[in-house]
Design a protein around this ligand. Structure first.
Ligand SMILES: Nc1nc2c(ncn2[C@@H]2O[C@H](COP(=O)(O)OP(=O)(O)OP(=O)(O)O)[C@@H](O)[C@H]2O)c(=O)[nH]1
Length: 200
C-alpha cells in the first residue's frame, strides 16, 4: 500500500478556565502521565510541548497553561492570540467555573483566531457525587457555540488523551491554505534527516 508523506504541524494550544478547574492537571496528565493531588496554582503561565501522531500527520503541540486567578486575566491575550486551538476548562462540581468558561468562550469568539479549534472540557468527571453542571447542558452550550465537548478527569485520566487527540485530528484536517494562525505546516516528510545541514 502506498504511504503518503507525513504532514508535520506545529500548533499553539492554550488552556483557559477558572482557578482550580484543573488546567495544569490536564496538561500534566497529557504530557507526563502524572496527577498531583495538591497541584499548585499557576503563576502567569507555564509552557509544555507534546507530539501526537494522527492519521497522516504529526502534530506538535506548543501548550500554554494559563493561570486562572483573576489578577492574571490581562495576560491571557498574549497566550491565546494566534493560537490554533484552545481548551476551555471548567470543573463539573463548580457551577461558577462553568459560567467562567462561557466568558472565556465569548472572549475567544470576540478576540481569538476565527479558525481556532475550541474544546470545552468538563473536568473532575470523577467527582460524580458532587456534580453541579449537567453534561447535557454543557453539550448543548458547546454545540450552539461551535466547540466540541468532553468530560475529562485528570485524576483518573478519563478522556485526557482523547481531547488532545481530537484537537490534533481536527487540526490535521484543516486545509493547508490558508493556514489558521498559530499553526505551521512543514512541507516535508518526518523521516528526513539532518544530513543536508548547511553552514560550515
Ligand atoms: N478529583 C479531581 N481533582 C482534580 C482533577 N483535576 C485537578 N484536580 C485538583 O484540583 C486542584 C486544582 O488543579 P489545577 O490543575 O491546579 O487547576 P488549574 O486550573 O491549573 O488552577 P490555576 O493554575 O490556579 O488556574 C488540584 O488540587 C488538583 O489536584 C480531577 O480531574 N479530579
Amino acid at each position: 500500500m502506498a504511504t503518503t508523506a507525513n504532514k508535520n504541524i506545529n500548533a499553539k494550544l492554550v488552556l483557559l478556565g477558572d482557578v482550580g478547574a484543573g488546567k495544569s492537571s490536564l496538561v500534566l496528565r497529557f504530557v507526563k502521565g502524572q496527577f498531583v493531588e495538591f497541584q499548585e496554582s499557576t503563576i502567569g503561565a507555564a509552557f509544555f510541548s507534546q507530539t501526537l501522531a494522527v492519521n497522516d500527520a504529526t502534530v506538535k503541540f506548543e501548550i500554554w497553561d494559563t493561570a486562572g486567578q483573576e489578577r492574571y486575566h490581562s495576560l491571557a491575550p498574549m497566550y491565546y492570540r494566534g493560537a490554533a486551538a484552545a481548551i476551555i476548562v471548567y470543573d463539573i462540581s463548580n457551577q461558577a467555573s462553568f459560567e467562567r468558561a462561557k466568558k472565556w468562550v465569548q472572549e475567544l469568539q470576540a478576540q481569538g483566531n476565527p479558525n481556532m479549534v475550541m474544546a470545552l472540557a468538563g473536568n473532575k468527571a470523577d467527582l460524580l457525587d458532587a456534580r453541579k453542571v449537567a453534561a447535557e447542558e454543557a453539550q448543548v452550550y458547546a454545540q450552539e457555540n461551535g466547540l466540541f465537548f468532553m468530560e475529562t478527569s485528570a485524576k483518573t485520566a478519563t478522556n485526557v488523551n482523547d481531547i488532545f487527540y481530537e484537537i490534533a485530528k481536527r487540526l490535521s484536517q484543516v486545509q493547508p491554505a490558508p493556514n489558521p494562525s498559530g499553526m505551521v505546516i512543514m512541507d516535508r516528510p518526518t523521516e528526513r534527516t539532518a544530513s543536508a545541514a548547511c553552514c560550515s
